[in-house]
Design a protein around this ligand. Sequence first.
Ligand SMILES: [Zn+2]
Length: 107
Amino acid sequence: MSDRPKGGVHYPRSTGEFQSWFGTDADCLDYLAWLRWPQGFVCPQCENPSGWAVVGGSFKCASCKKETAVTAGTLFDRRRTPLTVWFAVCWQFATAKDGVSAQSLQR
Ligand SMILES: [Zn+2]
């Protein structure tokens, strides 16, 4: 998963690309996971670098078995709105300006 998003370097270059990247909540979660753990999942509790994705957008640590939500600590945490909607709003906001970075999307 570490070398997937590229586009205009890690953000979509066009609305068409945006829609193909973020068509479903799962796509959005994948992207958030990738932003958060570009080298792959690392457990925030024990720093063990292996784990696996579980249903609902979380990762489970292979060592301490703690589940970490991809969205924990981000503005997407405890969301009531589908991620696709959030992403569309961020995208519109971002494209209203000259550029967008992964960091600004993450904020
Ligand atoms: Zn752990």
